[in-house]
Design a protein around this ligand. Structure first.
Ligand code: NAD
Ligand code: G6P
Ligand code: MN
Length: 432
């Protein structure tokens, strides 16, 4: 039977995971789940640990939840390790968002300056986790959800030299769900092809006869936008642009294709309601009040207020697919290996893949249109520089990464934002 270790177990998303595992128990017979956290997260970890145990107790299955601060104990003999930790908790995210906004730059948890600092904090810790895994559970699969999910996954492969990893995001899951609704066609009858990098990918869709219906869907999406996570403000894409590329951009592309409007909205929201991190603190507080209720033994609806809703549909399905060699079609962050010929084979991309006992086998997407190819190559360069800076702690490499990021206008202000973020996050950035 299967042992799961979840790093960042105190996350409010943990009931998502439990629900997904309970649903799939017949394919994935779990024995125990270890929720690992750090001292700062202990209170949340305890609440969510008890809540998780209640969910299993209400199911027909006998699964035990362990909560611990001892990561190595949890990793020992694990079959699957899932990562959903946030270094510095939400207070660090407040800084990632507030500091850029206060200088008139976008403050967002995975894009722009804030996302790069989240990578700087997260990558050293994930590389420690990988070193522990080499000793304590060398055959385990690592299923990463910690953001920036694509960069973290690339760091695991490139610098951790660990290949048994799959990076995940809920954005493709939500897009598929929403679009199936919009089209009035069941999900199973739609054939998707995704390509790009995390939070920067596009997709095409065909019907069950293989006919490409992307343009049709673009049309319908203008009547009813669907499948956008709660954390992204909905500025419409330019229709002629989508028709020209014949693809549907991911929700996060708004930050790039409508940068002016997204920044304006972000600054207004920041001035009136505070950062998204501050809003999330409130949502999280309400969620934990619910989780404390000794009668609650299922995932509450309110979790949908978080941007990462439906995350378990990706995470638990990926794990079940590896374990039971299901070869399910899932959008994953994994080694490119030619799926996108515009990017090097060894870098990490987010693409449609069939996931089975051997991991992810990518579906070839082929060359991208001219504009998208250019964007993607710039974004990959930004990611590689960010990862390198996170590993080496080199200031000049970080500056290069900042300079090439399309959401950061280069110059004195950018350098000041970067310097201020370095000071604000000093405690979590020993490598610099
Ligand atoms: P959170 O703030 O609740 O953090 C989760 C837990 O991680 C906390 O309890 C925290 O104490 C703990 N933690 C921090 N450092 C740790 C360490 N070194 N070891 C173990 N645990 C540690 O975060 P959240 O809002 O639930 O999000 C969790 C993570 O998932 C974040 O990185 C977030 O960006 C990511 N996320 C990813 C997606 C996606 O699409 N891939 C979607 C939503 C959230
Ligand atoms: C999205 C993304 C995540 C992101 C999150 C933010 O859907 O896929 O990668 O981190 O939601 O949600 P939040 O509720 O924390 O703002
Ligand atoms: Mn995501």
């Amino acid at each position: 039977k299967v042992k799961i270790a979840t790093i960042g177990g105190g996350s409010s998303y943990t009931p998502e995971l439990m629900e997904g595992f309970i649903k799939r128990y017949d394919e994935l017979p779990i024995k125990e789940i270890w929720l690992v956290d750090v001292a700062e997260g202990k209170e949340k970890q305890e609440i969510v640990g008890k809540m998780s145990q209640r969910m299993w107790d209400a199911s027909p299955y006998d699964v035990k939840i362990y909560t611990t601060l001892d990561r190595q104990l949890a990793l020992k003999g694990a079959d699957f390790v899932t990562t959903q930790f946030r270094v510095g908790q939400l207070d660090a995210r407040v800084k990632d968002e507030r500091i850029p906004f206060s200088y008139g730059f976008l403050g967002q948890e995975t894009n722009g300056a804030g996302g790069m600092f989240k990578a700087f904090r997260t990558i050293p810790i994930i590389l420690d986790v990988v070193e522990d895994m080499k000793v304590l559970c060398p055959d385990a699969w690592l299923i990463n959800f910690a953001n920036p999910s694509g960069m973290v996954t690339e760091a695991i492969i490139r610098y951790g030299k660990w290949d048994k990893v799959i990076g995940l995001c809920n954005v493709p899951v939500m897009a598929k769900m929403g679009e199936s609704n919009t089209l009035g066609i069941p999900k199973e009858d739609l054939v998707y092809k995704f390509a790009g990098v995390n939070h920067f990918h596009w997709h095409k869709v065909a019907d069950k006869n293989g006919k490409d219906i992307t343009l049709d869907l673009i049309d319908k999406l203008y009547e009813e936008n669907s499948g956008l996570p709660k954390n992204i403000f909905d500025v419409a894409f330019y229709k002629e642009q989508l028709i020209q590329m014949k693809m549907i951009p991911c929700g996060y592309h708004r930050y790039y294709y409508r940068a002016e409007e997204m920044l304006k909205h972000g600054i207004t929201e920041y001035e009136n309601e505070g950062t998204r991190a501050q809003q999330v603190k409130k949502i999280e507080h309400d969620l934990f009040e619910l989780y404390k209720d000794p009668n609650l033994n299922y995932k509450p609806k309110q979790l949908e207020e978080r941007g990462g809703a439906y995350y378990s549909d990706a995470a638990c399905e990926t794990i079940a697919s590896i374990y039971a060699n299901k070869n399910t079609e899932i959008v994953v962050s994994t080694r490119n290996d030619g799926a996108i010929p515009d990017l090097p084979a060894e870098c990490v991309v987010e693409v449609t893949a069939y996931v089975g006992a051997q991991g992810a086998r990518n579906v070839a997407f082929g060359e991208l249109p001219t504009a998208e190819k250019g964007w993607l190559q710039v974004m990959k360069a930004m990611e590689l520089l960010t990862i390198e800076a996170a590993v080496t702690g080199d200031y000049a490499t970080a500056l290069q990464a900042f300079t090439i990021n399309p959401l950061i206008q280069s110059g004195e202000t950018a350098k000041q934002v970067m310097n201020e973020l370095f000071i604000a996050h000093e405690a979590h950035l020993p490598q610099f």
